[in-house]
Design a protein around this ligand. Structure first.
Ligand code: PRP
Ligand code: ZN
Length: 285
């Protein structure tokens, strides 16, 4: 029987959330945190813990069948992998930054200047698109110190909270690429591995859908049932149960995280009471 192999980041921005997602899919990960490999005992899956920058290559070469990695890394490496599913976590951006005391007007600031980055491919295509001529100093880490030591006038690096820039006296002046974690796969999986990959992706989609939605329960006067049902259509239609008190019902539905607050005030205006909202663990349409 085949075993599917998935590569996830060993340590860094994506690692904890990647393991969490697999556990959310009901996959047990037995090995300790130091191991480079773990095998699930309830799904034919092996997890490889690797440097994120290497994951596209391993997946392209079929060493791993699937991978979870930042879209920025995929874009930079231009590896031959299929982008299967955006995962909605590890959101960050690739931005241009300069020393905080510099005057910045627009992108022409960078014309003729030197920019240090670990993302030469993405930066180069951005500069080309904008018609800017800069030189790119490619370095593999600690990019943020480049201006301070006179290696470059600006940098192009990943920004998430912005604290790295702040600590190094830099300010973000333009975003060139928005990133988040994505699921990638080898484009030539065998039929058995493809079937397993689809099973795993089905579970991941159920977990992601659940994260985006809330289960909502409330008491409503019967005359508001129709109006509330229109606000909370749920997956097919809301569930209704009569309350012991005449003229009232309990209504259960699903609402997306984004619509939640605006809907709550409308519900109150319609006379809804005792509104309970809870998270959903899995959601299958
Ligand atoms: C990026 C970047 C900064 C940090 C910025 O590194 O190089 O060091 O994240 O994050 P902040 O805005 O929250 O301070 P990354 O985690 O991608 O590490 P890697 O390049 O070694 O994979
Ligand atoms: Zn990395």
């Amino acid at each position: 029987m085949s075993t599917l192999k998935i590569a996830i980041q060993k340590s860094g921005r994506l690692s904890e959330k990647s393991s969490q997602l697999l556990r959310g899919c009901g996959i047990s990960l037995s090995n300790g945190p130091k191991a480079l490999k773990a095998k699930s005992d309830n799904f034919p899956l092996e997890i490889l813990f690797l440097r994120d920058d290497d994951i596209p290559q391993y997946v392209a070469e079929g060493v791993a069948d699937l991978g979870i990695v930042g879209a920025n890394v995929i874009e930079e490496k231009q590896s031959n992998v299929s982008k299967s599913l955006p995962l909605g976590f590890a959101k960050c951006r690739l931005s241009l930054a300069i020393p905080k005391n510099e005057n910045y007007s627009d992108l022409s600031y960078f014309d003729g200047k030197k920019i240090a980055t670990s993302y030469p491919v993405i930066l180069n295509s951005f500069l080309k698109e904008k018609g800017l001529s800069c030189s790119i100093e490619q370095i593999s880490g600690s990019v943020e110190i480049a201006p301070g030591i006179g290696l470059a006038q600006g940098i192009c690096d990943i920004v998430s909270t912005g604290s790295t820039l702040l600590q190094n006296g830099l300010k973000e002046v333009a975003t060139i690429y928005e990133s988040q974690a994505i699921l990638i796969s080898n484009p030539r999986l065998s039929p058995e591995l493809l079937a397993l990959a689809e099973q795993l992706q089905f579970r991941i989609e159920a977990v992601l859908a659940a994260r985006k939605n809330k289960y909502i329960l409330l008491n409503t006067p019967n005359e508001s049932i129709e109006a509330i049902s229109q606000l909370l259509p749920g997956m097919k239609s809301p569930t209704l149960l009569p309350l012991a008190q005449p003229g009232w019902s309990s209504l259960h539905s699903v609402v997306s995280e984004n619509e939640f607050w605006p809907v709550i005030s409308a519900l109150k205006e319609l006379g809804a009471e005792g509104i309970l909202v809870t998270s959903i663990e899995k959601m299958i349409r």
